[in-house]
Design a protein around this ligand. Structure first.
Ligand code: E4P
Ligand code: PEP
Length: 412
């Protein structure tokens, strides 16, 4: 775990990992104070409903399709971009659902995916060193000292950008006239067809500020998104991010990388799902295509032995990143598919349910990942490489992948 910074920490006094070094404590307090009074972005009932849908995933009665940008950007919150991702996920869900003969629960990596954990706190370029870009919620991609300075007011822009995205999703999901978008307080996206939103609960100042008590039940909910997850770099079982997830009633997820130990799986279950409630906890495994078949069986067996009805989902993106000769980070379609194949094989061998896929994708015609039926080659990468962080599947690649994954499930 790298980059332990910032003021928020554990009860034992450990500082939270991957937090920005906010320069102005007073300004930070003013921002979180305002966010704490802002309307919730999602409703508790919708979080409960998603927990119910994820229970069906955990029981083997549904699939989860979770996807969206690696890093949402403020400039990327446009009607076209939001519509493009929604339509892409809708199309993929149709293909997957027909292949697996199961309903598909659709969850965007959207309306909150504005903060990024980084491998290094510092970026070096042409002999200069500046703080790494940590997502639009923290600083700017622009490589200047002013751009890279963490600015707490960006968390308010994240809130506004998330609210706008939710409004757009609600408009498109309901087919409501566009003019109605933004007329209400931003709320949960509900009504048929269902669509939920998720992001990594990384910026604890933001997530704590948006936590609310539900009047009817007295339970605490993270109201920044329906499903919140903790990533590979912040999943310390006794860390501040796990403390946060343990304190909210939303459905929650933990990313599991290739070094995950079975004892950690046990701790996550004890901390996050003590009542063994299907739908409460989803594990998103991102071991890499070369490791998934070795790593996953023991983790699944541990959860089974604990009597936990967790959902199992594969993220075939994050364990398969490499740098092309041009310097662009990329991922290969065939390797992505191979990690999904390995994930499905392991579950079939154990008699458990391969519950779904978590992808970085966009509805736009970008050239960021290589391969696919209409292949992007490494030489093509510079053409339309617009991601703010990691490479995404473009629309064509994502639909191809959905067809190939549907074949895997059809053969189940
Ligand atoms: O999306 C995940 C991480 O934020 C990303 O992979 C980190 O990338 P880095 O290794 O370039 O910091
Ligand atoms: C950072 C991410 O992934 P991971 O925590 O699995 O590296 C992510 O999904 O954005």
């Amino acid at each position: 775990m790298v980059g332990v910074m910032g003021g928020i920490g554990t009860e034992a006094g450990q500082r939270a990992a991957q937090q920005p070094d906010w320069p102005e404590p007073q300004e930070l307090r003013a921002v979180t104070g305002r966010l704490a009074k802002a309307p919730p972005l999602v409703r508790a009932e919708a979080c409960d409903r998603l927990r119910g849908r994820l229970a069906a995933v955990a029981r083997g009665e549904a699939l989860l399709l979770q996807g969206g940008d690696c890093a949402e950007t403020f400039a990327g919150v446009t009607p076209q971009a939001v519509h493009g991702k929604l339509e892409l996920l809708r199309g993929m869900a149709g293909v997957l659902g027909r292949g697996a003969a199961l309903p598909v629960v659709r969850v965007g990596r959207m309306a909150g995916q504005f903060a990024k954990p980084r491998s290094s706190a510092v970026e070096h370029r042409d002999g200069s060193a500046l703080p790494s870009y940590r997502g639009d919620a923290v600083n700017s991609l622009e490589f200047t000292a002013a751009g890279r300075r963490p600015d707490p007011q960006r968390m308010e822009r994240m809130y506004e950008a998330s609210a706008t995205t939710l409004d757009l999703l609600r408009t498109y999901a309901h087919g409501a006239p566009e003019g109605q978008a933004g007329a209400d307080i931003p709320g949960a996206v509900d009504g048929p067809p269902e669509f939920f939103v998720s992001h990594e609960a990384l910026l604890l100042d933001y997530e704590h500020a948006l936590t609310r008590t539900d009047d009817t039940t007295g339970a605490r909910y993270g109201t920044s998104g329906h499903l919140l997850w903790v990533g590979e770099r912040t999943r310390a079982p006794e860390g501040a991010h796990l403390d946060f997830l343990a304190g909210i009633r939303n459905p929650v997820a933990v990313k599991l990388g290739p070094t995950t130990e079975t004892d950690e799986v046990l701790r996550y279950i004890e901390r996050l799902d003590p009542d063994r409630e299907a739908g409460r906890l989803t594990f998103v495994v991102r071991a890499g295509a070369d490791r998934i078949r070795d790593v996953l069986p023991a983790l699944v067996e541990k959860a089974l032995a604990e009597g936990a009805a967790v959902g199992w989902v594969t993220d075939p993106m994050h364990g398969n990143t490499f740098t092309a000769p041009s310097g662009h980070k990329t991922r290969g379609f065939d390797v992505i598919l191979d990690e999904i194949r390995g994930f499905v094989e392991v579950h079939r061998a154990l008699g458990t349910h391969p519950g779904g896929i978590h992808l970085e994708l966009t509805g736009e015609d970008v050239t960021e990942c290589v391969g696919g039926a209409d292949p992007v080659h490494t030489d093509d990468l510079p053409q339309r490489y617009t991601t703010a962080c990691d490479p995404r599947l473009n629309r064509r690649q994502a639909l191809d992948l959905a067809s190939r994954v549907a074949e895997l499930y059809r053969g189940a």
